[in-house]
Design a protein around this ligand. Sequence first.
Ligand SMILES: NC(=O)c1ccc[n+]([C@@H]2O[C@H](COP(=O)([O-])OP(=O)(O)OC[C@H]3O[C@@H](n4cnc5c(N)ncnc54)[C@H](O)[C@@H]3O)[C@@H](O)[C@H]2O)c1
Length: 345
Amino acid sequence: MTGPTGGGHDGGVTRPRIALAMMDGLADFAFRPEHWARLEAVGELIDRRPLVAFDDDRAAAVLGQADVLVGHWGCPTLTAEVLALAPDLALFAYAAGTVKWQVVDAVWERDIVVTSAAAANARPVAEYTVAMIVLAGKGALLYAERERDPEVAVPLDPMRVGNLGKRIGLVGASFVGRLVIELLSAYDLQVAVSDPYLSADEAERLGVQLMALDELCAWCDVLSLHAPDVPATRHMIGAPQLAALRDGATVINTARGALIDHDALVAEVQARRLAAVLDVTDPEPLPAESPLRRLPNVILTPHIAGAMGREVWRLADLAVAEVERFAAGEPPLHPVRQVDLDRIA
Ligand SMILES: NC(=O)c1ccc[n+]([C@@H]2O[C@H](COP(=O)([O-])OP(=O)(O)OC[C@H]3O[C@@H](n4cnc5c(N)ncnc54)[C@H](O)[C@@H]3O)[C@@H](O)[C@H]2O)c1
């Protein structure tokens, strides 16, 4: 039903008709009873069984009625053909992080409001990052390896071990980067950020130093990446940036593998000059023979930093909140804008 503002794109839709689209079986886990109840309180669920494809008769029938589409992992792309099936669609609330591959120009041309749950997905990534920063600062990786094998040397300068006053360099004042800054404020650490879109005033407000990337690399003990994978960031951490890092520094990548030149990284970690914590790699997964799988100064995890297990309920919380706001005629919490697509994840 269309609200008082006609198209309803800004003012929302009173008791919107809600469709869902995601991979088969995900909704049973990703949405808790309270999420279903909240959706049913503000709108009408057209079909509680999410669409897994947009090219069958059920999809045509469901999309034909939908004011709101709640998407999640596995949601097919909203192409112009799909949009033609959904004449009333006014809100696409994506209950996961990166939404730019789900939408095409036609979505923006139709003025459909797009929201993402990247802000909620940022929380576990920031928690993982901070845990790794603290362990790296303590030299825990290398000491743990020596406990397994007493012959292993721990090549750490005692003056540089420990977390008092350590220098943490963050690349990207993203949702994740900002949350890392917030969580690190509980520690006795120095934090600096490199981000071409971050103003000096905003950096001051965040309580961090703003640095160019090369300056940041030369300054920090731990370099942690939180920028998006876009053409401008591909291999932004290459041989020169890695060479600029001080001996014993740690590189943490929870962003995307393409940000690091992996050949250059392998050379530095094989030489034991740097340590690395990699939740994402290029390629992903790494080939079985990659040295990054075996080196004791590398922690490798299989892209687990983002929401997993019970953490996915946070994503549903945020997407449902966007639907509630839409139904109440309130502006979205986290709108995604077409103009930002080349600088966001
Ligand atoms: N490992 C995981 O499971 C996981 C989960 C969620 C997100 N991620 C990744 O984490 C990263 C951050 O995600 P997000 O949602 O917080 O990002 P975001 O969209 O909130 O922010 C991206 C920010 O990066 C900054 N940026 C753009 N170009 C830059 C550059 N050249 N140098 C430095 N900063 C630059 C911009 O200020 C932009 O705001 C992304 O790479 C994302 O894909 C990984």
